[in-house]
Every structure is written in C-alpha cells, then in structure tokens.
Ligand binder design. Structure first.
Ligand SMILES: Nc1ncnc2c1ncn2[C@@H]1O[C@H](COP(=O)(O)OP(=O)(O)O)[C@@H](O)[C@H]1O
Ligand SMILES: [Mg+2]
Length: 358
C-alpha cells in the first residue's frame, strides 16, 4: 500500500508543483517507487517532468469521469522509479462535469486504489482552489503537505484549508493527517522571511519542516527544461534543500537504508544519473554538455566528510554501459554540497550570499 500525500494550498504560487515534482523525483532517485498525480488543470507537474501535455490520450480527466482506467492514463518511467498520471487543460471541465456525478468526491480515491499497490509513495499536486479537484485530492490521500510561501499574508487562507481538512476528516477520510508544512521561497536577507518563519512555527509548531526552501532561480528555470532540480542543477541550493526535505519526509534511517549513510554514495548516484541524461541528450543529437558539466568525481575520491582532493573530468561517456572514462584530475578541491556549505559556515564566509542565486 502506497503512502498518498496531497500537496495542497488554495493560494496560487506557493510552491505546490515545485515541491510535488522535486520530492517525487528525490524519492524516486533513492529507488522508491513513486507515482506523481497532476490534479491541476494547468498541468505544470506534467510538463515539469518533461511530458508533452498536448499529445496525451488519457489523463486524470478521463480517469475521474470514468472514461479511462487509471492504468491507461499513467505514463510509465518518466524517470527511473517515477511514473506520472498526467493532465492538461481538459481537466478544467471536470470541476463542472463532476458536479452531477455520483460519489464525485471519491473519484480519485477509487482510481488510486486500483494502482497504489505498484507504488511506495504517491504525490498529488493540486490546483490553487478548494474546489472539487482539491476535494478529490484530500479524500484520496493519507496526509496533506502544505507549502507556504515566506511572504506577507503567508497564513492567509491557511485556516480555511485547515477547516476543510477537518471537515473531510470528520466526513469522508477519517485518517487524514497534516503531513507537514514546508516553507518556500525564503529570502533570508529580509526580516520579513524571518518573521514569517517564526509566525508559521508558532502556528504549526512541530509540523514545520526544518528544511526551508530558499528562493533560487534554478528552481524556476528547471521546469522549462522538463527536469526536476536534482537533474537540472544537482549542486544548487534548491536541489540541496529539496533533498534535505525529502530526507526529513522519509526519515534519515530510511534514507540511510536506501542510499547508504555515507554521503559519497548518493552524490555518486546523482552524478551517474546526470551523466545518463547527458548521454541520452547526446544520442538525440543535442549538444547540451558543457565542459563544466562533464566534470565528475569518483565516489572513492571523497573522504568521509564528503571532500575530494581531485576533480577528474569525464572525457567520454559510454551510453550503453554507462562507463565513465576519466581523465586525470584537475587540481583543486571538490566536495559534496553539504560538506562545502559546512566548511563555508565554519569559516564564516559569506558563501551563501556570494555564490548562490536567490
Ligand atoms: N524556491 C523557489 N525559488 C524560486 N522560484 C520558485 C521557487 N519555488 C517555486 N518557484 C517558482 O514560482 C512559481 C510558482 O511555483 P509553483 O510551484 O508553480 O507554485 P504552485 O504550484 O503553488 O502554484 C513557479 O514559476 C516556480 O517555478
Ligand atoms: Mg501548481
């Protein structure tokens, strides 16, 4: 049985889609079987994982209206371990068409019951409203993840969402829980961000994740390339923070079980995956690999703090065997994101302000 998490906030632009796509991808990258369900007619999760919204035969819309089986709508393996139940603008019609239909709030739940055995986690990205689509998402899930943007009026509408969750728990989904609250688009240079973080921690206390997602332009660029952030730019602060959030979500023990407690293991896995995509792109005749991107380190080059002395360069990637042919390393130090931030913080340098784009 899958754990089903709906990502909801009826406010627009709070990071629901960004959080759904990147958490789904992060978990899949650890080998967890994940289904991402796009319940927002804008279809941003669909295009965010590189699926063409126009060419779809069956989508969540057909599934909700009983015109297709859930299996028929699922796009398999958009990335390893990650499947997608996509949607497009047709889903707008569902809000109206569902009104006259029997058990209209439980349509998604019934559909997911048919496929959930295939998955460990299902993430449902929902639209910016509390209409029938969000209602379906809340009835179908075990828990709700609420992304809140660090801005003035951050809590506006949140009590309405919590009331809706309580109503659904009382009537349609007795086990419904709040999974957690994730703060997004934080700009730590402003007092407002710190005030909002304090306010939300006061309101939700232990439900707020300690990983706060900063404002990071890479996170807003990645969807236009159809890539989750861990593929688009695995070392940017946005990728690091979503990874941190994913570990909080599944628990550090589970993460250690899956990818090894050694930070080198996962860094290497990500780099290999990155190289895999480069190889695919290259096969398609796309010359997207810059020299900078080709730089790679072998996990054995790292010490246990995640720091490496050498920075070898990939001279060639064998796309069938994924063998990496390494040239002799550049001089200089290379380290995993965690290690580098730790070092910068210890040294008291203004690394975050200088080198990260907020
Ligand atoms: N942490 C972030 N930093 C910068 N831009 C972000 C961040 N999170 C989301 N965005 C961008 O903000 C916009 C709204 O985010 P999105 O995830 O689509 O919100 P929602 O799904 O709640 O409407 C999108 O253009 C997205 O790319
Ligand atoms: Mg969205």
């Amino acid at each position: 049985m899958a754990k089903i998490i709906s990502v909801c906030n009826q406010k627009g632009g709070t990071g629901k889609t960004t959080t759904s796509v990147n958490l789904a991808y992060a978990l899949a990258s650890y080998g967890i079987k994940v289904l991402l369900v796009d319940m927002d007619p804008q279809g941003n999760s669909t295009s965010g994982v590189g699926v063409n919204k126009i060419a779809l035969e069956n989508t969540v819309y057909e599934v909700l209206l009983g015109k297709a089986n859930p299996e028929q709508s699922i796009v398999k393996d958009v990335f390893p371990c990650l499947d997608l139940m996509p949607c497009n603008i047709n889903l707008t019609g569902a809000e109206i068409e569902l009104v006259g239909i029997l058990s209209r709030e439980t349509r998604l739940r019934k559909a997911l019951e048919k496929v959930e055995k295939e998955y460990d986690y299902i993430f449902v990205d929902s639209p910016p409203s509390l209409g029938l689509l969000t209602l379906n998402a809340l009835v179908a899930c075990n828990s709700v993840l609420i992304p809140i943007q660090c801005e003035f009026y951050a809590l506006e509408g949140v009590s309405q969402l919590l009331n809706t969750i309580n109503l659904i728990r009382d009537n349609l989904n007795p086990k419904l829980e709040v999974e957690g609250v994730v703060l997004t688009m934080a700009d730590f240079r402003t007092n407002l961000t710190h005030e909002v973080i304090d306010e939300i921690n006061g309101y939700f206390s232990n439900k707020v994740y300690s990983s706060v997602i900063p404002r990071n332009v890479k996170l807003s660029e990645a969807p236009s390339f159809g890539k989750p952030i861990m593929l688009y730019d695995p070392h940017c602060i946005g990728a690091e923070k979503y990874k941190e959030l994913s570990i909080e979500l599944i628990g550090p023990e589970k993460y250690a079980d899956l990818v090894g407690a050694d930070p080198r293991e996962n860094t290497h896995a990500i780099i290999k995956q990155e190289i895999g995509t480069f190889a695919e792109d290259r096969e398609k005749g796309l010359d997207v690999v810059s020299d900078e991107d080709k730089k790679i380190v072998d996990k054995n080059d790292f010490n246990s703090d995640g720091v490496a002395d050498a920075w070898p360069t990939v001279s060639e990637v064998d796309s069938t065997t994924e063998d990496l042919h390494l040239e002799e390393g550049d001089s200089g130090t290379w380290m995993t994101g965690e290690a580098s931030i730790k070092q910068e913080v210890e040294e008291g340098s203004s690394y975050l302000e200088d080198n990260r784009d907020f």
